[in-house]
Design a protein around this ligand. Structure first.
Ligand SMILES: Cc1ncc(C[n+]2csc(CCOP(=O)(O)OP(=O)(O)O)c2C)c(N)n1
Ligand SMILES: [Mg+2]
Length: 537
């Protein structure tokens, strides 16, 4: 019973790499690893589906910047995680998936073994950053360390290490786990000639603007970003995924209303745009309608981004290293009109919002803003209030806004909020989901209750896939197959012991403070039809 097995090596390696928790869901082929985790005393959190487990791991990774181990079983269990791993890949979350495999001598032989897939890694390969297979227990420590380094190296992202069941359960008494290093080398380091060229362009700029994406948060470059913005006196626009890169009340902060006319004009009239840690994707560029008049200097850790949509002057580098190096090279510009330009854009957006007549939606954002401190996590799903928040709520602290964009993955926010709470003990966490998105993960209510996770959940129940309903009405003049039965969500939550209540826009402030003060999970249900924001001119 006490023979040392491959699963012990997995657990000891994870502990040596600094893992304080392992996410996942057990299956027969992975039981050796779960037994190893038990013996080594490594904390675990078991989700109710691998879809949710991957997103819980992502929420932990995105808010902490640490790698999140995710332990899954062969075949159906492993593949259930693909949606979450796709979101982690597009959001660059360092999730380290460890998936079991059928016995080594049966792989690919099509003898009808339980959970058999001809080539399991081939399914993950197009989704994640790196895949590997440990063929012996001996190989596990180094391969796990390698998996960590691949996951964490900029641009970070998910990886998959496959370990066959006979390796996990087989004798490993001779395998020693020494100290392991899962930290990748710093980088990519900016090249001197690229920096010099970028610095020359930026220092000549009369009306520069900085466009900051999620890469700034991942590389922990927010202080360097603000320092450079002040040095250049440049307004800062953040993408949805870059929210929090500059404090919301900083005079140079414009916000993240990337679809707004005011933001488009500010960016398009800039003579130099310093884009950092953003892929300049469709959601950032008004579906590629963005037409810059000036030069784009782009800092990115992924060289394949350069020129994908816009001609740029590239700086292939980690955001923090490049911003710090540029600050050294650039003279301070005499304070010009940066704060004035930022303030003008902000007030034009505010005027547009005021004219829209969507007071209910705006008041909900304000109420949430007051209830959840800047240091608290707000995890928004692909839901109408989430779209409002991404563009118009004031930004919280760095790595405190969770949003699956990424890939637009419905069902992310609630399981991700659980991981965020686990990774940030004592931090208030609020998830905001629609009724449709909640259905993907409502079983996680039981998980939140079972582990006593401190998380508040606001469900906006409009009885429909609300945003699709809006799109259908606009495009086709009627709706089809978007309306949903409205379950008693309060009863659903209380059935697993989670305290729950209904709310209204008027009582939401009190109900949010009740939910956030509740020890363990608490649910608030707002039955209300909301309307998405129009874009102001
Ligand atoms: C995994 C996944 N499946 C489907 C979609 C398409 N989709 C986007 S929003 C949406 C409806 C969301 O409904 P709900 O959660 O109730 O939010 P609401 O729009 O009503 O605010 C759907 C089905 C998606 N983005 N992701
Ligand atoms: Mg809905």
């Amino acid at each position: 019973m006490t023979t040392r097995i491959g699963g012990d090596v997995v657990a000891e390696s994870l502990a040596a790499l600094g893992a304080d928790i392992v996410f996942g869901l057990p299956g027969i082929h992975a039981l050796g690893a779960w037994e190893g985790l038990r013996r080594a005393g490594v904390r675990t959190l078991v989700s109710r589906t691998e879809f949710s487990a991957a997103m819980t791991a992502d929420g932990y990774a995105r808010t902490t910047g640490r790698a999140a181990p995710l332990l899954l079983s062969t075949g159906p269990g492993a593949l259930n995680s693909l949606t979450g791993l796709m979101e982690a890949a597009s959001s660059h979350s360092p999730v380290v998936a460890i998936v079991s495999q059928i016995p080594r001598d049966l792989v690919g032989r099509r003898r009808g073994y339980l959970h058999e897939l001809d080539d399991q890694l081939a399914i993950f390969r197009p989704v994640v950053k790196w895949v590997g297979r440990a063929q012996t227990a001996d190989a596990i420590p180094d391969m796990l360390a390698e998996a960590y380094r691949h996951a964490l190296a900029a641009p970070s992202g998910p990886v998959v290490l496959e370990i066959p069941v006979d390796v996990l359960t087989g004798d490993a008494s001779s395998v020693q786990v020494g100290s392991l290093d899962g930290t990748p080398p710093a980088g990519p380091l900016p090249q001197a000639d690229a920096l010099t060229r970028a610095a020359a362009i930026v220092s000549d700029a009369r009306q520069p603007v900085i466009w900051a994406g999620g890469g700034v948060l991942r590389s922990a470059a927010w202080e360097e970003l603000v320092r450079l913005a002040e040095q250049l006196d440049a307004p800062v626009v953040t993408t949805y995924m870059g929210r929090g890169a500059i404090p919301a009340d900083h005079p140079l902060s414009v916000g993240s209303g990337n679809d707004e006319g005011a933001v488009a004009d500010l960016l398009e009239s800039a003579d130099v745009i310093l884009a950092v840690g953003t892929e300049l994707g469709a959601e950032t560029t008004r579906q590629y309608a963005f037409r810059p008049q000036g030069t784009i200097v782009q800092i990115d850790a992924d060289p394949t981004r350069f020129g994908a949509t816009y001609p740029v002057v590239p700086v292939h580098a980690d955001a923090r290293l490049a911003l710090a190096a540029l600050a050294e090279l650039l003279p301070a510009r005499p304070t010009a009109d940066g704060a004035t330009r930022a303030a003008a854009a902000r007030s034009r957006i505010a005027e547009g919002l005021a004219k829209m007549g969507r007071d209910v939606e705006l008041d909900l954002l304000t109420t949430i803003d007051h209830a959840v401190p800047r240091s608290g996590v707000r995890s928004y799903d692909m839901t109408i209030l989430g779209y409002w928040a991404a563009a118009h709520q004031s930004a919280p602290d760095p790595r405190r806004f969770l949003y699956p964009l990424g890939s637009g993955t419905l069902g992310y926010a609630w399981p991700a909020a659980l991981g965020a709470s686990i990774g940030n003990p004592g931090t208030p966490v609020l998830a905001v989901v629609g009724d449709g998105g909640f259905c993907y993960g409502w079983a996680e209510l039981a998980v939140a209750q079972q582990y006593g996770i401190n998380v508040a959940l606001l469900i906006v129940d409009d009885g429909t896939y609300g945003i699709l309903r809006e799109y259908q009405l606009a495009a086709y003049g009627h709706t089809h197959e978007v309306d949903l039965v409205q379950p008693d969500l309060v009863a659903l939550a209380t059935s697993v012991g989670v305290p729950a209540r209904t709310t209204t826009p008027e009582t939401l402030a009190d109900d949010l403070s009740w939910a956030l003060d509740t020890d363990g999970p608490a649910v608030i249900v707002l039955r209300r039809r909301l309307v998405a924001a129009e874009v102001t001119a």
